[in-house]
Design a protein around this ligand. Sequence first.
Ligand SMILES: NC(=O)c1ccc[n+]([C@@H]2O[C@H](COP(=O)([O-])OP(=O)(O)OC[C@H]3O[C@@H](n4cnc5c(N)ncnc54)[C@H](OP(=O)(O)O)[C@@H]3O)[C@@H](O)[C@H]2O)c1
Length: 273
Amino acid sequence: MVMKKNGGIGIIGCGNMGSILVDAVLSAGLYHPSTVYVSDIRKEQTDRLKNDFGVSSADNRTTAERSDVIIIAVKPDKVKDVITEIREALTPSKVLISIAAGVSTKKIEQFIRKMPVSVIRVMPNINVKVKSGIIVYCTGRYARKNCKIAEKIFSPLGIVLKLPESKFDIVTAISGSGPGFLFYIAESIKRICRENGFSESQSATITKYLFYGSAKMLFETGIEPEKLKAMVSSPGGTTLAGLEVFEKGKFPYLLKKVIEKAESRSRELRKNL
Ligand SMILES: NC(=O)c1ccc[n+]([C@@H]2O[C@H](COP(=O)([O-])OP(=O)(O)OC[C@H]3O[C@@H](n4cnc5c(N)ncnc54)[C@H](OP(=O)(O)O)[C@@H]3O)[C@@H](O)[C@H]2O)c1
């Protein structure tokens, strides 16, 4: 489905996330390459995307002028500069999507100044790289009717959820940092394998399949985690013995503290922007 009537899409900032987005909108058939515009201060980034996908490149301002939907995918401290540069090209009919962590819709609207532009703030997690991300979004004060566009653009990359912006610090801690917490557990399991005499390759394979298989169980059986846990915990067995150590070591409390700390850091970073 090519969204011809929606005109072009512009992606400003073509590093990790911007490149993933170009790939996503094209592979999902949402846009034709001739209607995708990319912009980055690094020419090598846009050259790569032009070569790989046949999209067009331009400077930030021209990209914004040509596009009905503009995605800002630069680091949070660069958002103000980019909006200042493209401000004159923004009109009430355009949708501005920002994926910059911590930059609120209110801040973005302040950078735009008076023009009532539809602003959507999106928070993807790193798992969008394998099209299994958690993507949350919220809308600015003028964007109510334009939510569907964010869902269309981001749904090829995972599950998309609309949340109130007040939930963004906690969801950043859970879904944004969550992969890092799980990778930390994976790293610890891999280390334990090594300490118990498994080779590097055996340790890596065991760890990967442990996570892959367990995630598949959650997905494909549709059984809730507490029930799956019970299924592997026979009375007097090894799993139950191990789980008792988790409980004695107050693991649920520790995890809560981990998330709370990440949430408060998200709040701090947002205030410092
Ligand atoms: N990576 C993630 O997992 C993730 C997850 C959620 C949200 N995000 C958000 O996504 C945004 C992008 O992250 P990323 O990891 O993709 O960053 P990135 O790889 O550094 O890409 C940003 C690109 O934008 C370029 N740029 C800087 N200033 C610019 C300007 N004024 N105009 C045009 N391009 C400019 C950068 O060039 P230079 O390198 O020369 O500055 C870089 O090529 C961030 O705001 C981040 O908070 C990222």
